[in-house]
Structures are given as structure tokens and as C-alpha cells.
Write a protein that binds this ligand. Structure first.
Ligand SMILES: [Fe+2]
Length: 200
């Protein structure tokens, strides 16, 4: 059985200052994200043990734990990758064209994404919906409540309180503005092109 591991951040803990503090990135990556990795491994061990023993009385709970913790792990990986100290630009290339096509303009997409981020109890995601072959914004509560089947995350913004409260208090809108100062579209553009290749 595979064991999931936490990758290091793709930059230093203080690299996104002043937009996201070294303290928040340290807690967020080393404690919160690590917790999802540990939770995923632990739930997989429970499922494996139950399969061997034949006692499945705790398996439904462990399946829920896999969904919650794997979603947390995957989305945090995307979140770290779609920010960088060199970020703050707008998308280009095929992803920019698709945003224009599916939302009317970058500004219209951004206004909708920000509304999602202000309302979510978890994450705002830009996803490629492989069922209808278009981009969509998604409001996610927790790590998976609101997920769309066939939706492949392209851009992730974590709006759990652990993501911003230490830096911004209740001013979540200021944190969302700060995210756009460090957003890096290089990884999302690659993910988009890969998703289109797979599903169109
Ligand atoms: Fe988080």
C-alpha cells in the first residue's frame, strides 16, 4: 500500500510576504497540511486492516476520512503550486482564451471567483468540467462538499480561517486581494492543457 508524503513548499516560508506571512505558511504547511497527509495514511491503514480481518464496522467512517483527507492534501498541493513570489499576473495562452470564452472576460471570471471565495467555507476553485468541456468556478465547503463530478481543479484558493485569520483577521476580502498579488498561473495553465488533452 502506498504511503502519502508531504512535499516541501516550492519556495521559502517567507517568500510570499507581506501578502502571506512566514508564520501562517509555516503553520499551514507543516501542521494543517501535514495533518491531512497523516489522516489519509491512517484511514488507508484502517481500510486495509478491515479488509484483512473482515470486520468492516469502521470502514464507512474510514472511507469518509479518505475523502476528506485526500481532498485536503490534493487541494493544498495545488494551492502551494499556484502561488509564487514572482506571481501576480493574469493568465496567458490557452487558459486565458478559455476563461474569455467561458466567462466573457478575465474580469468577469475574477469577480465570480472572488464571490465564490467570500462565500465558501473551504475553498474557491476554478475547475475544468470534463463532462461539459468548460471551465467553472466552484464553491467548496470543507475540502470536498460542493465538488463537481468530472471537475478537475485548475486553480485553488484556500479560504479556511487557518489560511488568513492570523494575518488579516475577519477581513477575508483583503486576503483574497493578497492572493491575487502572488497568484502564479504557470502551473494552472499546464494543468488546464493536460486536462483538455485527456478529456476533449
Ligand atoms: Fe488550508
Amino acid at each position: 500500500m502506498s504511503e502519502y508524503e508531504l512535499d516541501p513548499l516550492p519556495y521559502e516560508y517567507d517568500a510570499l510576504e507581506p501578502h502571506i506571512s512566514e508564520q501562517v505558511l509555516t503553520w499551514h504547511h507543516d501542521t494543517h497540511h501535514q495533518g491531512y497527509v497523516n489522516g489519509w495514511n491512517s484511514a488507508e491503514e484502517t481500510l486495509e486492516a478491515n479488509r484483512e480481518s473482515g470486520d468492516v464496522s469502521s470502514s464507512a467512517g474510514a472511507i469518509r476520512d479518505v475523502t476528506h483527507n485526500s481532498s485536503g492534501h490534493i487541494l493544498h498541493d495545488l494551492f502551494w503550486q499556484n502561488m509564487s513570489p514572482e506571481g501576480g499576473d493574469e493568465p496567458s495562452g490557452a487558459l486565458a482564451a478559455a476563461i474569455q470564452e467561458d466567462f466573457g472576460s478575465y474580469d468577469a471570471w475574477k469577480a465570480e471567483f472572488e464571490a465564490a471565495a467570500k462565500d465558501a467555507s473551504g475553498w474557491a476553485l476554478l475547475v475544468y468540467d470534463s463532462f461539459s468541456n468548460q471551465l467553472r468556478n466552484v464553491v467548496v465547503d470543507g475540502h470536498d462538499n460542493g465538488a463537481i463530478w468530472g471537475g478537475h481543479p485548475i486553480l485553488a484558493l484556500d479560504v479556511w480561517e487557518h489560511s488568513y485569520y492570523h494575518d488579516y483577521g475577519p477581513a477575508r476580502g483583503d486576503f483574497i486581494d493578497a492572493f491575487f498579488e502572488v497568484v502564479d498561473w504557470e502551473e494552472p495553465a499546464d494543468r488546464y492543457e493536460h486536462a483538455v488533452e485527456l478529456f476533449e
